[in-house]
Design a protein around this ligand. Sequence first.
Ligand SMILES: [Fe+2]
Ligand SMILES: [Fe+2]
Length: 303
Amino acid sequence: MARTPRAAVKRPKAFVATNAPLALAPQRATRPVAPVSRRESKPMRLDEGQGFGTEEREESERPPSRPIRVAASGDLHARLDRPNRLQRIFREVNDQADILLLAGDLTDHGDPDEAEQLAEEMSAVRVPIVAVLGNHDYEMGKADEVVRILSRGGIRILDGGFFIFEKRLAIAGTKGFAGGFGRATLEPWGEEPIKRFVFEAVNESLKLESALARIKDYPKRIALMHYAPVHGTVEGENPELIPFLGCSRLAEPIDNFGADFAVHGHAHKGRTQANTPGGIPVYNVAMKLLNHATGRRFVVVGV
Ligand SMILES: [Fe+2]
Ligand SMILES: [Fe+2]
């Protein structure tokens, strides 16, 4: 089903946060006030081998003592036969968070029409949206078109890039890849196809490392991925699937450069929270899992 391209969605840049305590558990509604920020945007250089991405900055007069409320969800799997589902869910984000992170599988088949529908539904969200793609967004081989449509809708898609919010929160994002965990992590040994598979995991880890290195001086940092960086948040899935749900190579740059927490999706039946080997919290925000575990479709974490 073809759709007429929409004009870019105008989003207010931020809301002043309340003093409500923040936790992984979803929060009750808080009081939105007038937007107070100004955004500067410059396209990221694509010759840096980091694919699409942005370096954008949201500026605000929010007192630094106020926590930033970060909402996160993933695996929306937007489908043409399920319209008007996400608009209802994410409208709540406006009152409960200052920024929304989406951890990939934004569409179900990487269909540009699904992306059009998603962009339209997400136009109900008035806080900045930062996302990475997931494996489903590549299925039709039209990921570039999906990115263009979502970007036109005001959603910032990261692929080895980063996003700065209010000068003090930096989000580094990349899709990530599979390969397994710990001592069972696949090594580049033997057949060429195995080496190419591992190279993809290494490349995604390097993209995350590069982005984290560039934001290392910001006081608050988040790593956003689709694939899991640790085994702990995929436990509960079919054991035979686990090597395809993420890779420990993604946890290495997170521990090396540090972050307040990491967010991923992809494992619809995993666990909501675990830690990297270095002790950094990792949240699995796959929507289906969140709904099962908390009855809500996104979490809010204060940083
Ligand atoms: Fe998914
Ligand atoms: Fe996925």
